[in-house]
Design a binder for this molecule. Structure first.
Ligand code: ADP
Length: 634
């Protein structure tokens, strides 16, 4: 008989189990029962549409048998079973265990953490058993197979006999040691309490033959003599679990721990959730739901690979693992499940998309999520900011996408960094803090906060004591453009032409100066013809000589973002070069223009334009020319 080797990864997990000093070895039972229940789920689901299965709901069960003499514990199910190939693939390679990805070294302490946090699956059996035998017959298959292993040395698969489809797992328990009493796992009371503790919600009955004792019937004579009764043992089949899934239980019965544990187990997240909600909805949509907000974005969250969705149950039967129609894209980070009586079980996945009831449920779920987020923002600000750091970007995309259809729903959930102490603020907080004379909600965009703070364009707005929203994500400006306004206050870029804060005196003054220097400005614009659409005198600059702004809908930041996308079409903002009339350089330009030194004026124009680009965090078009021009002047 050929002994096969475990795949490297599996071997490591297995070693971890065998040498585990984990104190809660008892969880092996939960893992095996959970696998059995999943297998039954699969066959049960088939039985609903396929009469050939020949089993009704009440026929499905997980059985536990403890044999003290043989020191074996057997967990048996009449689920879907496994073929020889599946035994090989599922038990020889543990591909699904996300647990190993998190570790690089085989440190015991870490192991314990992993075992504790995750469902470690089938291999956990090796924490308590020296030998594991799996006898399985796949539904629809003629043959049954036996998988057997004593640990890292490998496993064998041989043909065997088994009457019905399903799987039996037989554990030959380890010898008792000073620290660990493995025999305990053969004790019926211990087994009963473990099942109650970990597997109570399993939807199928977990049955065991339980031995009780009762007084024997006495003869009249014995009764008269008041003889102490003799006791006799009898066996009764008991169902050990209540079969009520967590989400159908009363909230009052459940502790925070129950919800969190369920999440970590079910959704394979190493981190506890940031927030959870247990929803019981009645009315136009009848459903129970468990909704979770993860504390960290999954590594593939902002990629195409990420699949959003909630598990969908119809009256306790899982019908879809990731029902994407239940979540809008902007809440795609939510994990959880929905169980409704209103959905037909026989509905196909294609039809589900058009199901009216499903849409009603989705709407209601969306409202719940939105309310939960609002509550968190109001009452648990720190937590919300943590949430925002993980998933805020997704919600800003939500403002922008679908032509702004959802902006009203999302705008009050947004946070932006404010120029005041660099704290995160909501739009409402910004507007509430606006000065009386302030007309606009100001924003400035750039690569980083540090970079934005240095932008010359922010000077004037700040000098007026107005708060500025710092936009550092690519999507930010697009989102604000989509919002257009908030509580009747328009958004205004600090680079915009009309900031609405120059006094009319100053306006007049600049206007007069522009008229006075109209020829020179025109000349400069001509010299920079292919680069800017206008050269103007700046109303906003104080200490800086120049800055670059834009007219029209597309800002310089948006130009950067749009051009970083993989399309051939290059987009250009209409650039405006602003010159500070109070700066020395202005006098220089004027003098050159008056003496008619066109050549030099052209060089100065190019230099100033390049400087403005650099300040904006953009690259200059011709660095060699720029460098030569500087040298020439020096
Ligand atoms: P997980 O359950 O997380 O996928 P496990 O290591 O517990 O990982 O199990 C590996 C696979 O073996 C399961 O995904 C399932 O396909 C199969 N399996 C385990 N136990 C059973 C069982 N009792 N009946 C049928 N298949 C099973």
């Amino acid at each position: 008989m050929e002994t096969k080797q475990f795949k490297a990864e599996s071997k490591r997990l297995l070693e971890m189990m065998i040498h585990s000093i984990y104190t809660h070895k008892e969880i092996f039972l939960r893992e095996l029962i959970s696998n059995a229940s999943d297998a039954i789920d699969k066959l049960y689901f088939k039985s609903l549409t396929d009469d050939k299965v020949g089993l009704g709901k009440e026929d499905f069960a997980v059985w536990i048998y403890a044999d003290k003499d043989a020191r074996t514990l057997k967990i048996s199910d009449n689920g879907i079973g496994m073929t020889a190939e599946e035994l090989e693939n599922n038990l020889g390679t543990i591909a699904n265990s996300g647990s190993l990805k998190f570790k690089t070294e085989n440190k015991l302490e870490e192991d314990n953490q992993i075992i504790g946090q995750f469902g470690v699956g089938f291999y956990s059996a090796f924490m308590v058993a020296k030998k594991v035998t799996v006898i399985s017959k796949a539904y629809g298959s003629e043959k049954a197979y036996q998988w057997e292993s004593e640990g890292v040395d490998g496993y064998t698969i041989t043909e065997t006999d088994k009457l019905n489809a399903g799987t039996e797992i037989i554990l030959e328990l380890l010898e008792d040691t000073e620290d660990e009493n493995y025999s305990d796992f053969l004790d019926q009371y211990r087994l009963k309490s473990l099942i109650k503790k970990y597997s109570d919600y399993i939807r199928f009955p977990i049955k065991m033959e339980v031995t009780h004792s009762r007084p024997k019937a006495q003869t009249d004579e014995e009764k008269e003599q008041k003889k102490a009764p003799e006791y006799e043992e009898y066996i009764e089949i008991e169902t050990l679990n209540s079969m009520v899934p967590l989400w159908k239980k009363n909230k009052t019965e459940l502790k925070e721990e129950d919800y969190k544990h369920f999440y970590v187990e079910k959704f394979f997240d190493y981190n506890e959730p940031l927030k959870y909600a247990h929803v019981k909805n009645e009315g136009n949509a009848n459903y129970n739901a468990l909704l979770y907000i993860p504390s960290k974005a999954p590594f593939d969250f902002y990629s195409k690979e990420y699949e959003k969705g909630l598990q969908l149950y119809s009256n306790g039967v899982l019908i879809m693992d990731k029902c994407s129609d239940l979540l809008p894209d902007y809440f795609s980070f939510v994990k959880g499940l929905v169980d409704s009586e209103d959905l037909s079980l026989n509905i196909s996945r294609e039809m589900l998309q058009h199901d009216r009831q499903l849409r009603v449920i989705a709407k209601s779920i969306e409202k719940t999520i939105s309310n939960e987020l609002k509550k968190m923002l109001k009452n648990e600000r720190e937590k919300y900011e943590e949430f925002w750091k993980a998933f805020g970007l997704q919600m800003k995309y939500g403002i922008y996408s679908d032509y702004g259809m959802n902006k009203e729903k999302l705008q009050d959930l947004l946070l932006f960094t404010s120029s005041k102490e660099n704290k995160l603020v909501t739009l409402d907080e910004y507007v509430t803090g606006m000065r009386e004379e302030q007309k606009f909600i100001y924003y400035a965009s750039g690569e980083s906060i540090a970079r934005i703070e240095q932008l010359p364009q922010t000077e004037l707005v700040k000098d007026n004591g107005f708060e500025i929203l710092y936009l550092t994500d690519n999507i930010d400006e697009f989102a604000l453009k989509t919002l257009h306004q908030y509580k009747d206050k328009e958004f205004k870029s600090v680079s915009a032409d009309d900031l609405g804060l120059e006094s009319s005196e100053k306006q007049e003054e600049i206007k007069a100066k522009e008229e006075e220097n109209a020829d020179m400005l025109k000349e400069l614009a001509e010299l920079l013809e292919d680069k800017v659409s206008k050269v103007i005198l700046s109303k906003r600059l104080k200490s800086h000589p120049v800055c670059l702004t834009s007219e029209g809908d597309i800002s310089l930041e948006m130009e950067k973002v749009l051009n970083s996308m993989p399309t051939d079409q290059k987009i250009k903002a209409q650039r405006v070069l602003e010159i500070n009339p109070e700066h020395e350089i202005f006098g220089k330009l004027k003098a050159l223009s008056e003496t008619g030194d066109k050549d030099k004026l052209g060089k100065y124009a190019k230099l100033l334009y390049s400087q403005a680009l650099l300040i904006e965090g953009m690259s200059i078009e011709n660095p060699v020319e720029f460098s030569n021009l500087i040298c020439e002047l020096m």
